[in-house]
Design a binder for this molecule. Structure first.
Ligand code: HEM
Length: 229
């Protein structure tokens, strides 16, 4: 085993003949596990009527999602939407190739679940901002922009959206486990460590975004949360 640090931080380690490739940057991994924690917190606070904390967890989710959208454009290769969002033809080709080839980052099918999860989470957070409570005591911070009826409709959709989100999260976790069990492709470890053993052909080229991109993204996301809150 020997360490081989590439200029693009591509190969970080050589285990026998198999290179270990850095596929996820720290920001993408942190976003992922923050989403897991914050969705859990939002769920718990809503079901225990801790609405003050629910609101804070919503603000934090808004910031994390805003950063993820920014990172999808200005982040590292594997985090960029342009890199992993594919058209129906590519998804079909991927499904037909029996091997379901490993991808550096999201595969074309996984990309669909990423978009669905991020889109639904964003919808949930946005609806939460406009929700109106029956007695008006626990309404969202932008609820004064809409009528009482619209605010109530947002609250109903917010509740339904969460049920859909639970189903999507379950499917997401089942899909990850199926890859592990049936394809022996452990996707969880790379989401924790950032690296993945690569024995799937030529090494892909992955560019990692400089740190100042992340700093700027965090500042912009914080500004948005400050404005909304
Ligand atoms: C609240 C629960 C969860 C949410 C909202 C969620 C959301 C997401 C999102 C948005 C991504 C895309 C990452 C990105 O490109 O930014 C993702 C990827 C991923 N998630 Fe989750 N996740 C959840 C729970 C979990 C759990 C519990 C696991 C572990 C069992 C997991 C494992 C993964 C893995 C391995 C990937 C990368 C998949 C790939 O390689 O394409 N997630 N998740």
């Amino acid at each position: 085993m020997s360490a081989v640090w590439g200029t693009q931080s591509r190969v970080v380690l050589q285990v026998g003949t198999r290179p270990v490739l850095r596929v996820w940057d720290g920001a993408t991994r942190l976003v992922h596990w923050l989403l897991v924690a914050l969705v859990g917190l939002s769920w718990w606070t809503a079901s225990h009527h801790r609405m003050n904390y629910h609101r804070y967890s919503g603000y934090a989710l808004l910031g994390v999602l805003a950063f993820r959208l920014y990172w999808g454009v200005f982040g590292s290769t594997t985090a960029r939407f342009a890199h992993f969002v594919k058209g129906p033809r590519s998804i079909w080709r991927y499904l037909r190739s029996r091997a379901l080839k490993a991808a550096p980052g999201h595969n074309p099918l996984g990309a669909l679940s990423v978009l669905a999860l991020l889109g639904l989470l964003l919808g949930q957070v946005t609806l939460g901002l406009f929700c109106v409570d029956v007695d008006g005591l626990e309404s969202g911070p932008l609820s004064h922009w809409v009528t009482f009826e619209t605010g109530r409709a947002c609250a109903r959709l917010h509740r339904i959206g969460f049920d859909v989100l639970k189903v999507l999260i379950l499917l997401h976790i089942v899909a990850v486990l199926l890859y592990w069990v049936f394809k022996r492709d452990n996707l969880i470890r790379p989401m924790i460590t950032g690296s993945k053993g690569w024995s799937h052909g030529p090494l892909p080229r992955i560019e990692f975004a400089p740190r100042w991109h992340a700093v700027l993204g965090i500042a912009l996301a914080a500004l948005l949360v400050w404005y909304v809150a």
